[in-house]
Design a protein around this ligand. Structure first.
Ligand code: ACO
Length: 341
C-alpha cells in the first residue's frame, strides 16, 4: 500500500512518529526535510579533498561522521533534539552521495532544489537536470521499499550502538558499516556485476549451475526471514521490466529472469527466492545511477528505518550484551613468555 500510495517523505513520517501525517503535518515535515539538505561548508570542502577511488560506502561513513560534528543539536539528547538530528541526517545523506559523485567526476556540485521532493531532488543533484516525473516516482517507490525492514543486520548494528547510550549519528555510522557487506546491502551492486559477467542470456543457466556446484552464493537470492518470494522484489521486478521496455534494452532483465527461473527450480524448495537486491540494480541502472552508488542509495533510503528503530528501542533502553558459549579447554595455565614454545 505504501509503495502504491505513499511518498518517501510520508513513509519517513510514519516510521518516525508511528502514524500517517495529516496534510499539514506532512507539509511541515517535507519543508523541514528540504531545508535541512545542505551540508556544512567544511563537509562540502572535505568531500572535494577525499580520494576518488574508495568505495562510496566508505565515503558515506566518513561524511556522516563529519557532518555530525557540525550538527547544532549535537549535544541534545531530548526527543525533539534527537528527531531534528534524525531528519537532518536523512535529508543530508542524498546530498553527500551526489556531491561526492560530482567531485570525484571533476564536476561542479549541484545544490539541492527546494522545489523538488526527496527522490526527484536526488536524481536532479546526480544528473544536473530535473528527472521525468515518472522516473522520479519509480525512484521514490524504490526508496519506500527500502525504508525499513525489521531487525536486519544494519538496523541491529545501529541499535547495539545506540543501546550503549552513544548518539544517533554514531548508530547510523554503525549501520552504514554493516550494510556495506555483500551478504546485506552490498549485494545490489554485485548483482549487476554478475549480469555483466554472464553477458548473454544463453550463458545464464550454465553460470548459475556452476555457481551452485562450487557453492558460490548467487547475489540477490535468499533471505534470513523470507523463505518465499520477497514482496519488494516482485514490485521492483515490475519496474525493472517496465524500464527495460521503455529504453528498449532487455539484456539485463532477460538474464535476470533466467537466473531467477534456474535458482527457483534448483533452490526454491529450500526457500531461496529473489530478495530486494536482485531487481533494484536494474531499476537504478535505467535511472542513470552509477553502480557503486547502489548501496549508498540503499543507505539513503534505510537511514530513516535505522533511526526509527533506534528511537523506539532507546525509549525503554537496555544495553545489548549477548553471551558467547565458550567451547575451549576449561583451564589454561598462564605460561611466562620466555617459556612459551
Ligand atoms: N545462492 C546460493 N545458495 C544460497 C544462497 C544464494 N544466494 N542463499 C542461501 N543459499 C543456500 C546456502 O548455501 C545454504 O545451503 P545448505 O543448507 O546446503 O548449506 C542454504 O541456502 C541456507 O543458507 P544460509 O546461509 O543458512 O541462509 P542465511 O539465512 O544464513 O543467509 C543470506 C541469508 C545471507 C541473505 C543468504 O541467502 C545469501 O548469502 N544471499 C546472497 C547475498 C544477498 O543477496 N544478500 C542480500 C540479502 S537481502 C538484504 O540484506 C537487504
Amino acid at each position: 500500500m505504501l509503495a502504491k500510495y505513499s511518498t518517501y517523505e510520508e513513509t519517513s513520517y510514519l516510521l518516525l512518529y508511528g502514524e500517517l501525517p495529516t496534510k499539514e503535518a506532512l507539509e511541515e515535515f517535507s519543508t523541514k526535510m528540504r531545508r535541512l539538505r545542505d551540508l556544512p561548508k567544511k563537509v562540502e570542502d572535505c568531500l572535494r579533498e577525499l580520494p576518488p577511488h574508495p568505495h562510496p560506502m566508505d565515503i558515506l561513513k566518513v561524511a556522516v561522521s563529519h557532518a555530525a560534528l557540525y550538527d547544532p543539536d549535537r549535544l541534545r539528547c531530548c526527543r525533539e533534539g534527537v528527531m531534528r538530528k534524525v531528519i537532518r541526517i536523512v535529508s543530508q545523506i542524498p546530498t553527500i552521495i551526489a556531491y561526492y559523485h560530482q567531485t570525484r567526476s571533476g564536476q561542479e556540485i549541484i545544490p539541492p532544489d527546494p522545489e523538488l521532493g526527496h527522490a526527484a531532488n536526488f536524481l536532479y543533484m546526480l544528473h544536473g537536470k530535473k528527472p521525468e516525473e515518472e522516473e522520479a516516482r519509480i525512484f521514490d517507490i524504490a526508496l519506500i521499499l527500502h525504508a525499513e525492514h525489521g531487525l536486519n543486520a544494519s538496523t541491529f548494528a545501529a541499535m547495539v550502538t545506540a543501546s550503549t547510550l552513544s548518539d544517533i549519528n554514531s548508530a547510523i555510522v554503525s549501520a552504514i558499516s554493516a550494510l556495506k557487506g555483500s551478504l546485506h546491502g552490498g549485494a545490489n551492486e554485485r548483482v549487476l556485476k554478475m549480469l555483466d559477467e554472464i553477458g548473454s542470456l544463453d550463458k545464464a543457466e550454465k553460470y548459475v549451475l556452476n555457481a551452485l556446484r562450487v557453492k558460490r552464493r548467487v547475489m540477490g537470492f535468499g533471505h534470513r526471514v523470507y523463505k518465499t518470494y520477497d514482496p519488494r522484489a516482485r514490485i521492483l521486478k515490475e519496474y525493472a521490466e517496465y524500464l527495460s521496455n521503455k529504453y528498449n534494452d532487455r539484456k539485463y532483465i532477460e538474464i535476470g529472469k533466467k537466473i531467477e527461473e534456474v535458482m527457483i527450480r534448483e533452490l526454491g524448495k529450500k526457500g531461496i527466492f529473489p530478495n530486494v537486491d536482485f531487481y533494484s540494480g536494474i531499476v537504478y541502472h535505467f535511472l542513470g545511477i552509477p553502480r557503486d552508488l547502489f548501496t549508498p542509495v540503499f543507505a539513503m533510503a534505510r537511514s530513516v528505518g535505522w533511526a526509527a528503530h533506534v528511537c523506539e528501542y532507546t525509549t525503554n533502553n537496555r544495553i545489548f550484551r549477548p553471551r558467547a558459549y565458550y567451547i575451549g579447554p576449561e583451564y589454561v595455565e598462564y605460561v611466562p613468555i620466555e617459556k612459551r614454545r
